[in-house]
Structure formats: structure tokens, C-alpha cells
Design a protein around this ligand. Sequence first.
Ligand SMILES: CC(=O)SCCNC(=O)CCNC(=O)[C@H](O)C(C)(C)COP(=O)(O)OP(=O)(O)OC[C@H]1O[C@@H](n2cnc3c(N)ncnc32)[C@H](O)[C@@H]1OP(=O)(O)O
Ligand SMILES: O=CC(=O)O
Ligand SMILES: [Mg+2]
Length: 528
Amino acid sequence: MTTPSAPQGVTLNAPLQPGFDRILTPDALAFVAQLHRAFEPRRQALLAARAARTARLDAGEKPDFLAETRAVREGDWKIAPLPQALQRRRVEITGPVDRKMIINAFNSGADSYMADFEDANTPNWANQIEGQINLFDAIRRTIHLAQNGKTYALGDTIATLQVRPRGWHLDEKHLLVDGQRVSGSLFDFGLFFFHNARELIARGAGPYFYLPKMESHLEARLWNEVFVLAQNTLGLPQGSIKATVLVETILAAFEMDEILFELREHSAGLNAGRWDYIFSAIKKFKVDHDFCLADRSQITMTVPFMRAYALLLLKTCHKRGAPAIGGMSALIPIKNDAEKNAKAMEGIRMDKRRDATDGYDGGWVAHPGLVSVAMEEFVAVLGDAPNQIGKTRDDVNVGAADLLDFRPEAPITEAGLRNNINVGVHYLGAWLAGSGAVPIHNLMEDAATAEISRSQVWQWIQSPKGVLSDGRKVTADLVRAIIPEELAKVKATGATGQFDKAAQIFEQMATSAQFTDFLTLPLYEELS
Ligand SMILES: CC(=O)SCCNC(=O)CCNC(=O)[C@H](O)C(C)(C)COP(=O)(O)OP(=O)(O)OC[C@H]1O[C@@H](n2cnc3c(N)ncnc32)[C@H](O)[C@@H]1OP(=O)(O)O
Ligand SMILES: O=CC(=O)O
Ligand SMILES: [Mg+2]
């Protein structure tokens, strides 16, 4: 519908539930429309460039560091100084923008909190707008909640807020400008920035963001231009915005210096987004018959290509005076099983110890129950220091071949195949029902981890190397036979979700000859 007060050319295709008008004001919509008109052609051109690059990779091209940006890599420059609020980021908690979780995350004891409109979130209309309302209230400290006999409000000391808008590939179909869907990135960023940038600055912090799933420095340049226009429009000083880029695609790993350089006035460093990174490696080399990774559980941070990526990210950041933030272990606290829980906590401890010892300035956790364990590991290395950006890693030497050293290839097991199918069906079903982050088999699953599961099944069917350790080839027929069995197991957990529909979509995505670029693209079209 076009509301009477909607700006020229702006159409809202969704119900205005009570309170939504606080966010969807005519001025805020006009701001998003301004961003759309300024940047949508570039977004589309960059998405087309992704597709063209994919076609070249499918034809056998191997990524390498860019010849045309050698001067940037070899130049002596640093990012702009960090604001006080982003100097200390030893533990960052992340989570969906649900009201209770927002309050819990702010109060968790973490230095920073990344409110997630991306991997941990189903971008249905209610989640997107309620998430904006929740953040609006939290920033002004008016947020509170009474639920299940408990009351929730912000404590005196809260984490520094960072917000992750959706990636460039996603649309927001409920807002049309001049008849076109707007970008999900610009919708999430635009509404948040319009309402909160000034307020955040007045409260001693600023509009801080995490930027997901970029594949090139040109995509970072687009974000930088968005920031410049946004700051000018609101009359805020250039450089007020700070953004940390997730290096979570294999192609971005070849352009880390360039990404920091593009955003240098607005940069708050890089983060090693491990799960999307693994997914991206599978996606970009999906038709390379020499490439086929083992069971998902085998692809840890210490396998050759992941270790190379983590060290190169760290070295690149510190050379440029930028924070290097570690990614997330999928381990979460395990209720009612002390032994398993102790093992999970030890896993978290080891993960953070490795990052801190390597030189990372902080790392992500998925759950408030993990903050103190992660903090202990960073404090053990950093002491009172806010970060260890001064620890340069000139000893690290990572080349293209190291980033592309895709091992291990074995084992691929029936248990691994079943687990991928089970997780895929469960996650897709939960996502369709509105939950973008779910505990499955005692692990955090979100859009990035689920992407690995479903893309591995696709690749194991397509690749000659997709052979189980008992000698059976993974085939579409085998996968079709297993799906109903795993669907029944998912339903038997009593979890909430649209699992029958999820199983259909999973089967289609896993067994069709064509690879689906992002699982969230077809799923989004299923949302009303
Ligand atoms: C690949 C990536 O992009 S990683 C980043 C994206 N992923 C994420 O952010 C995942 C964040 N984590 C989560 O969503 C959740 O921890 C889950 C879904 C994995 C598990 O959630 P639950 O099953 O609800 O956990 P659990 O029951 O143990 O929660 C205990 C309490 O902690 C709260 N909690 C759990 N995780 C979080 C979180 N990340 N932020 C804030 N509060 C949280 C719960 O709301 C609950 O609160 P309550 O006691 O007041 O009711
Ligand atoms: O966004 C983080 C990731 O690991 O993916
Ligand atoms: Mg990710």
C-alpha cells in the first residue's frame, strides 16, 4: 500500500503494525529512498560482477592478489584512529534483534554487542521493524520487557553496540522505490542510521556497523560512498561511522588491504567470519573436480586454508592499525549434561586462546554463558591492554597457494551426510518460522553454518570425489532417500518450524543441477 504520508515514489507492501510508524516515518523512508536512488544501479552492477567472476571461476580461473591494486598493498598507510568506544573489543556477543536477546546481550558483560539483521535473523517484516524498534529503545535506555515471570531492563554497564545490516545480495521486498525493491542492506542501515546516529554520538559512542559477505574491495567502496552520503545528509562529520568488515568470502581474502583502504576513514577493522568463509570456498570452487572438502566437522580453524586465512587477516589488520576480531565457535552451553558442557567450554577456551595468542584483539561468542570464558582467555594474553594492535605479525607469510590449500578431503561419512541433511532441514524450517539462529545438536546454527551443510550435500552429489568412506558414491537418489528419515528425526525433537516445506526446498536445492547462490534467496520469496 502507499500510505498517505509516504514520500513520492515510495510504496510499503506490508502491514503497519502498532508502533511501526515510529520507524517508518516519512523522513526515514525518504532517506532510504535517497540511498536507493543513489546506489541501486551500482549494487546491481556489483552483483552482476559477482556472477561474471563466478562464471570465470567455474571455467577454471584461480583467484590471486590483484595486479591493479599492488600499490595499495605495498603502500604505507593506516586506517583513521579508532574512537574510544571501539578500542576494547576483547569479547563481542552477537545475536538476533529479538527484544529479550537484545537486553541480555547488552547486559552480558561483553565489551561489544553485534545486533544481527543478517546470519542470525529471518528477515521477515516483523523481525526487521521490531528489531529497529528494539534498538531504538535500547539506545535511549527505555527498553524493558516482562516475560515468563521475569523482567528485563538494561544494567548500568552495557556493551558497545554494532549493527550488522543484510548483505548486498538481499532485497527488502516490502519497500518499493520507483517500483523497485530496495536493497536489504540500505533498508537496515538507512533506518538504523537515520534514527540513531545522532543519539549514539550524543551518548559518547557512534553509528557502528559490521558489513557482511562482501566479495571485493569495490563492494567496500560502495559502502564507503553510502557512508559519505549518509553523513552529509544528516550533517554529521565524515568518519563518524565506523565499520568492521567480515572477511567471509574466499575472494575477499585476496583483497583485505584493499577493503581496509577503501573504508580507511570509516574502518574499525576486519573479522574472520569463518562459517561463511567455508561456505564461500565451497561455492566458488563447486565445479572444480579437484576440490571437495571432508565432513563439515573436520573443517576447523586449524586446517591449512583456514589457518592461512586467519593469519593473513591478523597480519593485514595490524599492519594497518586496525583491529583483528576473531569469529565464532559454534559451541554453546549444554544444559543438563555437565560433562558435555565442560567439553564445550573447553572448546570455547581453546578457540579464544588460539586467537588471543596469535594476536587477535577480540573474538565473537554466541551466548551470554560464554562471555566470561572467552574474556578470561583474552585477558590472559592482553592483561589490562584494550587490544594488541601493536603486535604486528611480520613473521606471517601467506600466499595465494596457502589460501587455496583446501584440505582435508576425507573422511566424508554417512554420519556427516546425514548430519548435513538433518541440520539443513531443521534450520530451513526454523528460518521459515521466523528464527534465524537455532540450537541444533548442541551447536549454534545460523544462515552461514546451514549454508555449509546444504552446499556440501550439493557438491558431494556433483563431484567425483563425493564418495563416502564405505565406498558409496553420494547421489541425488541417496540424498532423496535420506531426507524423509532425517525429516522424521527433526520433527521428533518437538522443535518449532515449517519442516515439510523445508525438506522440499532442501531437496530441490541439494539435488538440482543448478547451484543456488544463497539459501536465503529462495527462502525469502516464501515469506509473506
Ligand atoms: C556465523 C555467524 O554469523 S555467527 C553470528 C550469528 N549467530 C548468532 O548471533 C547466534 C547467537 N546465538 C543465539 O541465537 C542463541 O544463543 C542460540 C539460538 C544459539 C541458542 O539460544 P537458546 O536456545 O535460547 O539458548 P539458551 O536457552 O541457553 O539461552 C539462555 C538465555 O540466554 C539468552 N541468550 C542466548 N543466546 C543469546 C545471545 N546471543 N544474545 C543474548 N541473549 C542470549 C536467552 O535469550 C536466554 O535468556 P533467558 O534466560 O533470559 O530466557
Ligand atoms: O558471520 C560470520 C560467519 O562466520 O559467517
Ligand atoms: Mg557470516
